[in-house]
Design a binder for this molecule. Structure first.
Ligand SMILES: [Zn+2]
Length: 305
């Protein structure tokens, strides 16, 4: 198995360090951290898909206008999953599985670019996204991004429900679920709150377990530091939380796990650029690739936005 870390965004909201905690000046930098995993027997597996090719070509009306104005994604076709994996020497049909932390527009845009892949997501996420309740529901979930939904394989993750792996824990995190069609190195770790069916995706790679925590938190300080996100980012996070109490509970469980001395697992979220760089460097040590941006694009150009 080989794990590539891909930033299939990025986002460039205004707010500098009030948004990302680190960047001087006006424009902050957030990633859309996705994984491209080369497996031995299951082809390529994507964990989340960032923005897709069609999003970059016709952002309106595919993407929600208000979120677009706030997050200011860099919609560059060369940064999409499909173009990135072509540059790595793969074909789109090599992607056999896509595992989704949730279906928000900044995670699900690439689904339609891989029509042959099976899409794994939690049952409560599929239900909520299909219903699209409320103003936020209609903004965040964009059916135009999904392609054929008959390829969705849902995993029931609600507490008390039964399913493969339902009684299991992962380093103390409860209620983890196996994913039918994928080996046991892939698990859903339900972390609801940001959306009703939001889940982390745990992957056992060459260097041990890692947990893609999706949007359980937005800034590393929330999970690994003092608990506080930069103020502007915290406001956006609160606005987009479907259930604030549930999100706090999910994050509290994550922090509890990270505080345990035996938690031999690397945890990162989608939108923290520092975590992205750290994880790419960590995976590089075992031959996994760093893939921060198109090779042809100098780093300075990225930060200049
Ligand atoms: Zn997100």
């Amino acid at each position: 198995m080989k794990i590539h870390h891909l930033d299939l965004g990025p986002l460039r909201p205004l707010g500098g360090r009030l948004m990302d905690g680190i960047t001087p000046g006006a424009v902050a930098r957030l990633t859309c951290h996705c994984l491209l995993i080369e497996t031995d027997h299951h082809g390529l597996v994507l964990v989340d898909t960032g923005f897709g090719l069609r999003d970059t070509m016709r952002p309106v009306p595919r993407l929600p206008a208000w979120n677009l104005a706030l997050l200011r994604p860099r919609l560059d076709p060369e940064r999409t999953a499909i173009r990135r994996l072509k540059r790595l020497g793969f074909a789109p049909n090599d992607v056999q599985h896509i595992v989704m932390t949730h279906l928000d527009f900044d995670h699900a845009g690439g689904l339609v670019d891989f029509p042959h892949a099976v899409v794994h997501l939690t049952a409560p996420e599929a239900e909520a996204a299909t219903e699209r309740r409320g103003i936020i529901g209609r903004a965040r979930w964009r059916p135009a991004q999904w392609g054929d939904t008959s390829r969705w394989h849902t995993v029931e993750t609600r507490l008390g429900s039964r399913g493969r792996g339902s009684g299991e824990t992962l380093f103390g995190l409860r209620n983890v679920r196996e994913i039918a069609g994928l080996p046991e190195e892939f698990l859903f770790v339900p972390l609801p709150g940001h959306t009703p069916g939001h889940a982390g995706v745990a992957v056992k790679g060459p260097r041990g377990w890692l947990l893609h925590a999706g949007d359980t938190y937005f800034n590393r300080a929330e999970a690994h530091g003092d608990g506080a996100a930069p103020p502007l980012l915290a406001a956006y996070e609160r606005m987009m939380a479907a259930d604030v109490a549930a999100q706090h509970d999910s994050l509290a469980r994550l922090r509890q796990m990270l505080a345990a001395p035996d938690a031999d697992i690397a945890v990162f979220c989608t939108h923290d650029a520092v975590e992205f760089v750290a994880m790419a460097a960590w995976s590089e040590g075992d031959g996994g690739a760093v893939a921060a941006g198109p090779v042809s694009q100098p780093a300075s150009q990225e930060t200049a936005g």
